[in-house]
Unconditional design. Structure first.
Length: 168
């Protein structure tokens, strides 16, 4: 399989930036809306910094749980986040080229933290990998491909084919 069929570093950076912009806008709107709707809880939280309030749940939900749920849902349902859709990329199983499983999606989501925490080296690895896989792709058994090449992508199922590809 030719390397240009896998999504490269910069196109994936672009897709992630689109996702980040969407997240910031949605998060901002939801935060303002929740502060307005639950102003009593918000004011209680501001007045008592050291106490736990119900508003903390909303912060936790909007910052961590909602992005987790939405991202997993997009990966499983559409094989892409909105940013990947906009850049015509797809997330697929590395062996079959089909949609990823729920387990792969959850594993990949948490593995992205590992990719970022170590100075972003997990993301930078895309530049050096022959299939443009990040650490979280490798750990989850996924690859990101360009939509326009989807029909031409042939996934190696056996190790014999993988070894033949490396020789050529």
């Amino acid at each position: 399989m030719k390397g240009d069929e896998y999504a490269g570093f910069w196109i994936r950076v672009g897709a992630n930036l689109i996702d980040l912009i969407i997240f910031v806008v949605v998060y901002g709107v939801l935060s303002i809306l929740s502060m307005y709707l639950f102003s009593d809880l918000y004011l209680q939280n501001v007045n008592y910094q050291n106490s736990y309030s119900s508003f903390d749940f909303f912060e936790l939900f909007f910052q961590y749980l909602l992005p987790f749920i939405v991202t997993i849902w997009f990966w499983i349902k559409f094989q892409a986040t909105p940013g990947k859709m906009a850049t015509q990329l797809r997330l697929v199983d590395e062996k079959t080229g089909l949609s990823i499983s729920t387990g792969q999606a959850v594993g990949r989501y948490f593995a992205t933290i590992l990719s970022m925490v170590i100075f972003g080296l997990g993301y930078l690895w895309i530049v050096f990998d022959r299939r443009n896989q990040s650490w979280h792709d490798k750990l989850a058994g996924t690859v990101v491909i360009r939509n326009r090449h989807t029909e031409r992508v042939i996934f190696n199922v056996s190790k014999d084919n993988d070894e033949e590809e490396e020789k050529s």
